[in-house]
Design a binder for this molecule. Sequence first.
Ligand code: GLU
Length: 494
Amino acid sequence: MESQIRVRIAPSPTGTVHLGLCRTSLFNWAFARRHGGKFILRIEDTDHGRNTEVSEKAILDGLEWLGLDWDEGPDKGGPFEPYHQSQRVKRHLEVADELLKSGHAYRDFSTPEELDAWRAAQEARKQREAYRGKDRDLDAADSQARADGGEAFAIRFRIPEGESSFKDLVRGDVTIPHFEIDDWVMVRRGGEAPTYNFVVVCDDFDMKISHVFRGEEHLVNTPKQLLIYSALGQTAPEFGHLPLMLGTDRKKLSKRTGDTALGDYQAKGYPKAAIVNFLALQGWALDGENDLFTRDQFVGAFDIGDVSKAGAVFDPKKFLWMAGEYLRQESPEELLDHCLPYVLEDGLMTADVASERRAWLLQVAASVQDRLQLYSEFPDWIAHFFAADDQVSYDPKAEKGARKRERGVELLGGFLDALDSGDLSGDPAALGSATKEWITAQDAKIPELFQPLRCALTGMPGGPDIFETMDLLGLDRAKARIRAAMDRLATPAS
Ligand code: GLU
């Protein structure tokens, strides 16, 4: 039998794609995939003023990029179309009417001034009291007559006495007394504008959603939504509220302690697999020991009951570490494909030149792989290859280290002669060990040549193997750089 499990995300397209949405999507997606259910994307675009097509597209692109494929959605269609909430308003209003007729909702004709006065009185009393509309007990015929007469009204839900209890799949038993809940607005006054808590239920119900997993900030909404289900005589889905994502300051994740938009991490060149892995850790753990796991391992092991109640601290340092771990698992081909856009963007090469020199670039990628954490760091490591040989820019630290070696220029000269005469030659490994022997024969220590040599070749204080770098430069360019360094290091530092 086909699984009855249907989960959804219902993002509002109102800005950038926040990591919180990505995490919620990932958990819903994993749950659906684990149980052979369906993962649905519905766009909650009822708040017309703030919605943009651009941000809807960004959501679809971002989730697709992460590989969180949905089974039904605005672009794919499905058995419960439309998947834009704004196109379902007719149905929402029908349901509102049904709830009016059954007495679970009522028309509140209060004017904005009356509501302001109620609020002011409540503040003066300094005692929180849930709103109960003055027209709550209006006779049904009177209410209808006033509406027919053109008087403006909001439709409010009639909160019954008692309390709502439910078992949250993450948080356990939750009870909220009804005296804390306002007779909230289901349809705004003077228009046909239904509100979130109402329409989300209509849509989840119509789309046969079985489980609702969303951020903890929605916990307060759940009793309101459950009351709608029971007013309609329907079974509610199961709910699970995912813990807040916190910054390192333990406050709700915000720009204060790091980037919050998926696009920021894409732009910096975080490997996709690292983003997915890191988001999975925001409220869930594989076994408490292994932080690195694949998407398949995650799906295979994901149990909503294992999600933690406590806020998940989003640690940017750990994220960066994880990015490096994933980047190092890539083949040179994959790594180069991910890094190349940054090379082109920096103007180091054109796309044509890059494809002509692909074999060389692959070797370069392999040589720096151990040192990279993000794809965007690649151009900095390779920029020196594109400098004129007599104009390599020396990092102050590299230059200082080179100048500190009193015999530096002499040893560079001797090394150059040995290269010219062919006394030192061979592939990088052979040349490396021959050079070390040669240094010892000069009665010198390895760093006495290596430090000035690295500065000469790359201008950098550290980096990949010197002899691999020489190989990538080619012998002639390497020699030209050594010659230039002998001149530059022989004159006092400017
Ligand atoms: N549009 C709501 C949000 O983006 C949906 C909440 C829900 O999943 O019910 O937060």
